[in-house]
Write a protein that binds this ligand. Structure first.
Ligand code: FDA
Ligand code: NAD
Length: 434
């Protein structure tokens, strides 16, 4: 069988794949040296757009508008960009087999490629309610969101619903962002999730209460503390009812689910060391196999700031880990090493007129400031997470770019605070003095 050699192979043409390509070009790439395989039909794009502007009823975002690297203010990498740089972008091509001893990967078309260096950027996929054995989870009208194809199906369903009703299952990132998008599309939304509040991965109940109140003010019905046990279908297999554990039944022909994600490890599972659900990497994103790196959602990496290891499912890390890995690959070729990855966690979300950012670690006690005036349009409020008298994390709703930089600095520097009341009184003023 013919085997094609390629100096660098990237598996996964998502956010990390796109940013890795840019870094290779920046650091010097000869035509023909890099091949990127992607299951998707589109060149790498900024995935966060899918649960935001892609769903807008007016002037929605569409490709080629949000190809990487526009999300970080960089040049937009259209499909032609890859061709111009001599990068082979093999779309709609899945890697289905790998051999890390012989350094080969095999596509779903049966082609075999040998790599010098392999970069895994296979991202995550959504958790499916069928995986939780929820009865009726195969009904028509139940939607998930990970990629463009999912987004297009949901857009069609939204148009077909024509101002009707929808149930959103999940109160995390997808649930919150899509509940807002559906509402903006004049659909009456009921959200259902088992947690005591919105986004418990990050929010405290007090912090969440602002967002819950805001969503309710927009007409969203929020049902907390229960989950979906089954879906009922009509004669056409279309979802008609959502049955809840607390005994309630919701009628709806449109259901949107966001109950979490899982990293895509196939077909490399069993070939590489794993930790915390991802591929274990060092501070250069090198895995346990020679010449194999893993970045983005699939990598469990050393978190230098906190002295532990983590897997992060957010876009900022996807971009930065890809850049770090490529820098490490290029440095290794010269017998050099790069500084270890020193990541400051950064999460954000936007929905309705709201926009928040969080930096650092959400550990310790939460101190909220500015919450009283938070209902006023354009108002700001925030929170600090304090552990052992150090500010470990900082959150800001409605901040400007400069203000968000201030809270990032606080989280990076972890200043000492003696009295938490001082933080409440100073609010953003505390960050501006760091
Ligand atoms: P990503 O998922 O981007 O790409 C992986 C690619 O690999 C996909 O194209 C996949 O098809 C492909 N692939 C997988 N297996 C393959 C194989 N065997 N062969 C070939 N190709 C394969 N984060 C944030 O910080 N702020 C935000 O607002 C949002 N918003 C957001 C919205 C939505 C709808 C989603 C789904 C996710 C977000 N995120 C986010 C999370 C963020 O988008 C995510 O962390 C990054 O996209 C991860 O980048 P990766 O490149 O690791 O995976
Ligand atoms: P998530 O982990 O943020 O939220 C999952 C939610 O579903 C939680 O509220 C959880 O309690 C709830 N849940 C779990 N099981 C349930 C069940 N059986 N019934 C009802 N609710 C249930 O995950 P997500 O919102 O699905 O997001 C998926 C991925 O996309 C994640 O990797 C996330 O980081 C990423 N994403 C990020 C952003 C952002 O950073 N702004 C936006 C969208 C998506």
């Amino acid at each position: 069988m013919a085997v094609t050699f390629c100096k660098y192979i990237v598996v996964g043409g998502g956010v990390a794949g796109g940013y890795a390509a840019r870094e290779f070009v920046k650091l010097g790439l000869q035509p023909g040296e890099l091949t990127i395989f992607s299951k998707e039909a589109a060149a790498p794009y900024e995935r966060p757009a899918l649960s935001k502007a892609y769903m807008f009823p007016d002037a929605p975002a569409r490709l080629p508008g949000f190809h990487v690297c526009v999300g970080s203010g960089g040049e937009r990498q259209l499909p032609e960009w890859y061709a111009e740089k001599g990068i082979e972008l093999k779309l709609e091509t899945e890697i289905v087999k790998a051999d890390v001893e012989n350094k080969t990967v095999t596509t779903d078309k049966g082609e075999v490629y040998e790599y010098g260096t392999l970069l895994l950027a296979t991202g995550s996929t959504f958790l499916d309610l069928a995986d939780f054995k929820t009865a009726g989870a195969d009904a028509k009208g139940i939607f998930y969101l990970r990629d463009l194809r999912d987004a297009d199906k949901l857009v069609d369903a939204i148009k077909g619903t024509n101002g009707g009703e929808a149930v959103v299952v999940g109160g995390g990132y997808i649930g919150l962002e899509l509940a807002a998008c559906l509402t903006v599309n004049k659909i009456k939304v009921t959200m259902v999730f088992p947690d005591p509040c919105f986004m418990p991965r990050l929010f405290t109940p007090e912090l969440a209460s602002f967002y819950e109140g805001y969503y309710e003010g927009k007409g969203v019905n929020v049902i907390k503390g229960t989950s979906v046990t089954a879906f009922e279908k009509d004669d056409n297999g279309q979802v008609s009812k959502v049955l809840l554990k607390d005994g309630r039944t919701l009628e709806s022909t449109l259901v949107v689910v966001g109950v979490g994600a899982k990293p895509v490890l196939a077909p490399f599972k069993g070939l590489l060391e794993e930790e915390k659900g991802g591929f274990k990497v060092d501070a250069s994103f090198k895995t346990s196999a020679p010449g194999v790196y893993a970045v983005g959602d699939v990598a469990t990496f050393p978190m230098k700031m906190y002295g532990d290891t983590r897997r992060v499912e957010h876009v900022d890390h996807a971009r930065k880990s890809a850049m770090q890995a490529v820098q490490a690959i290029k440095a290794a070729e010269k017998g050099e090493v790069v500084d270890e990855y020193d990541y400051l966690p950064f999460f954000y979300s936007r929905s309705f007129d709201l926009s928040w950012q969080f930096y650092g670690d959400n550990v310790g006690e939460t101190v909220i400031w500015g919450r009283e005036g938070a209902a006023a349009p354009g108002s700001k409020f925030g929170a600090y997470w304090v552990k052992d008298n150090k500010v470990m994390g900082a959150f800001l709703e409605g901040g400007s770019a400069d203000e968000n930089k201030l809270i990032a600095k606080v989280a990076r520097e972890q200043p000492t605070v003696n009295a938490k009341e001082d933080l409440v009184a100073a609010g953003l003023g505390f960050a501006s003095k760091i």
